[in-house]
Design a protein around this ligand. Structure first.
Ligand SMILES: N[C@@H](CCC(=O)N[C@@H](CS)C(=O)NCC(=O)O)C(=O)O
Length: 232
């Protein structure tokens, strides 16, 4: 059966699909349609109290026991340590890898996500919020540019889970109001990562389920409305 991946075709889901494709580990996808409110189903809450994708169940976890994990960064570290791949063995590069993974998890993901929310979904156009997150997005791209102007990959010379975590969030700068011409190092890296066959397979997982067109009232309620904030 392999690893069960409870997921949906969003940047945080893509990370896990890409890592599994890179590692060639068998996995099955359990789609969690977050627009339809499937993240609140009891079976999913039993794996993650945070009701966010992705989450995994591996019946061959540490000591041969079943492990359940949520938070994409933790899942990437788990998969890398399980296989001894996609995380550098050299200690300094390993910490660099974890550093850039944390930068993605604590910076890029949340800030880019808030930009999306206020720019694309908030019912009111709030200039302060839109400008704040637009500026954060541009600042974070510049930090990545500085690194990628001097380093082949985020952790150093080796492709790693830090790249896998960051790629799905950063692959379309223009969609977040950032001119790719300002980012030659990021563009070089996006091309190198984006042409990897495993990355292309990873971002294609569940692609047919991706939402097309504008958000419906039901999706808005599930993602941003009172259902999100019920005590569970
Ligand atoms: N820090 C979490 C964030 C996960 C997350 O925000 N997932 C989104 C999709 S990208 C989600 O499940 N949203 C559903 C919801 O907000 O109810 C991670 O990296 O795993």
């Amino acid at each position: 059966m392999g690893i069960e991946v409870w997921s949906w075709p969003t940047p945080n889901g893509h990370k896990v699909h890409i890592a599994l494709e890179e590692l060639g580990l068998p996995y099955t996808i359990v789609p969690v349609n977050i627009g339809a409110g499937e993240q609140f189903r009891p079976e999913f809450l039993a794996i993650t109290p945070n009701h966010r994708i992705p989450a995994i169940v591996d019946t061959d976890g540490p000591g041969g026991e079943t492990i359940r994990l949520f938070e994409s960064g933790a899942i990437l570290i788990y998969l890398a340590e399980k296989t001894g791949r996609l995380i550098p063995a050299d200690p300094a590069q390993r910490y660099a890898c974890l550093q850039w993974l944390m930068f993605q998890m604590g910076g890029v993901g949340p800030m880019f996500g808030q930009y999306n929310h206020f720019h694309n979904y908030a019912p009111e156009k709030l200039p302060y919020a839109i400008n704040r997150y637009a500026q954060e997005v541009r600042r974070l791209y510049r930090v990545l540019e500085k690194r990628l102007a001097e380093s082949e990959y985020l952790a150093g010379p080796e492709y790693s889970i830090a790249d896998i975590a960051t790629y799905p969030w950063t692959r379309f700068p223009e969609r977040r109001g950032v001119d790719p011409a300002e980012l030659p190092g990021v563009r070089r890296w996006l091309e190198a990562v984006g042409t990897r066959p495993a990355v292309q397979r990873g971002v294609a997982v569940l692609a047919e389920r991706q939402r097309k067109g504008s958000i419906t009232d039901a999706e808005r309620e599930n993602l941003f409305g009172s259902r999100q904030f019920e005590a569970r």
